[in-house]
Design a protein around this ligand. Structure first.
Ligand code: NCD
Length: 332
C-alpha cells in the first residue's frame, strides 16, 4: 500500500479511518457513494433511524468552529443509533494547556469507538489516527488546509445525482484554492472518479504553485474557465487563513471572481452551482445565483448526512453485508 493508505485501510483493504480522498481507489469511492445512496432513504422515514451502530460511542472533537459539518456528523451518528458526545473544545481542557494526546487518551478511556476530528492544523487527524487504540476509527472533518474528505464525497454524491457519469464532465473549482482543504479533496476525488477536465480558477496569489501536478488546468480568468462547464464549485474566501494582501479588496474580488447570473450563462445551460458553505453573498457569489434553481447548495448539506452515515458505518466495519441484511428496522 502506498501514500496514506497504510493508515486508512486495514489489512483486508477496507476503510479503517477516513482521513483523505488522496490515494483511495475508484472502487472504494464508488462504494462510499453507493452506501450513501442507501442511507439517503432513511431521512424520508417516519423513524429516521437504523440500528447499525447501536452500542457504539462516537466523540465529535471539533477544535475549530463549524455549524453544518458538526451538525450533520451528529445527525448521521444519531441516525445510525450510536451514542454521540460533542466535546466543546472552546471551553475544554485544551484551553487549559492539556496536550492533544492527553485529551485524546482521556476521551478514549471513556470507551470511545470513533473520533470525528476537525482541527486547524494540517495533519492533525492523521496524527490522532496514529495514536488511537486499534479498535478506534478516526474520521477527518477538516484539517488545516489539507483535506476535508467527507465534504469531497458529499460533493461527488451531489454531482452523481445530477450528472450520472463522471467521465464526460467538465468541472470548475473557483476561488481561494490555496487555503482550501475542500478544493484539494475534491480534486483527488474527481480525478479518481474519472473526470478529465478539472479547472481551477482564482487569482495567482491564491493559487498553489504546484497545483498542476494534480492533473488540473489552471485559469486566472473566470469567464474563460466557465465556458461549457457542467459543474461549478465555488469556494469561500478563507479570510481566517489568509494574509490580507492576498486580494486587493472584496469588491474587486467579486468583480473578477464572483459568480453572477451573467457569468453563469457561459457555462452549460444545465450546469449546477455548488458551495461548501458558509457562503459570503456578494463576495464569492451573487445572491440570486445562490438562490437560483441551478444552485444545489442546500442539497449538498442534506447529502452530507447520508455520506457521513456511510463513512461511519464502513469504518466501524458495520457494512460487510448488504444494508438490508444489517437493518433490523421493520419499516425498511
Ligand atoms: C468548509 C470547511 O470548513 O473547510 N466548510 C464546511 O465544511 N462546511 C469550507 C469553508 O469553511 O470554507
Amino acid at each position: 500500500m502506498t501514500g496514506n493508505n497504510h493508515i486508512q485501510l486495514d489489512s483486508n483493504g477496507r476503510l479503517k479511518h477516513f482521513l483523505t480522498t488522496e490515494g483511495l481507489s475508484r472502487q472504494l469511492l464508488v462504494e462510499i457513494l453507493d452506501n450513501a445512496e442507501s442511507f439517503a432513504g432513511v431521512a424520508h422515514r417516519a423513524v429516521k433511524k437504523v440500528p447499525l451502530l447501536r452500542g457504539k460511542t462516537i466523540v465529535n472533537l471539533f477544535f475549530e468552529p463549524s455549524t453544518r459539518t458538526s451538525t450533520t456528523f451528529d445527525l448521521a451518528a444519531n441516525r445510525l443509533s450510536a451514542d454521540v458526545v460533542n466535546v466543546n473544545l472552546a471551553t475544554s481542557s485544551t484551553s487549559k494547556g492539556e496536550s492533544l494526546l492527553d485529551t485524546l487518551h482521556t476521551l478514549e478511556a471513556m470507551h470511545t469507538d470513533m473520533f470525528v476530528v476537525r482541527h486547524s492544523s494540517s495533519g492533525a487527524a492523521h496524527f490522532i489516527a496514529g495514536h488511537v487504540a486499534p479498535h478506534v476509527s478516526v474520521i477527518n472533518a477538516g484539517d488545516g488546509q489539507h483535506a476535508h474528505p467527507t465534504q469531497a464525497m458529499l460533493d461527488m454524491f451531489t454531482i452523481r445525482r445530477h450528472k450520472r457519469s463522471f467521465e464526460t464532465l467538465t468541472v470548475a473549482i473557483v476561488g481561494d484554492i490555496m487555503h482550501s482543504r475542500v478544493a484539494r479533496s475534491d480534486i483527488h476525488a474527481l480525478k479518481t472518479l474519472g473526470v478529465n477536465d478539472v479547472r481551477v480558477v482564482g487569482p495567482k496569489t491564491l493559487m498553489p504553485a504546484d497545483i498542476e501536478s494534480l492533473g488540473v488546468r489552471v485559469f486566472d480568468n473566470l469567464d474563460n474557465a466557465l465556458q461549457q462547464v457542467d459543474v461549478i464549485i465555488m469556494l469561500r474566501l478563507q479570510k481566517e487563513r489568509m494574509l490580507s494582501a492576498s486580494i486587493p479588496s472584496e469588491s474587486e474580488y467579486f468583480r473578477r471572481y464572483g459568480l453572477t447570473q451573467t457569468r453563469l450563462r457561459l457555462a452549460k445551460p444545465d450546469a449546477i452551482v455548488m458551495h461548501p458553505g458558509p457562503i459570503n453573498r456578494g463576495i464569492e457569489i451573487e445572491s440570486s445565483v445562490a438562490d437560483s434553481n441551478q444552485s444545489v447548495i442546500l442539497q449538498q448539506v442534506s447529502h452530507g448526512i447520508a455520506i457521513r452515515m456511510a463513512v461511519m458505518a464502513m469504518t466501524l466495519g458495520s457494512l460487510s453485508g448488504s444494508l438490508a441484511k444489517n437493518d433490523e428496522n421493520p419499516d425498511n
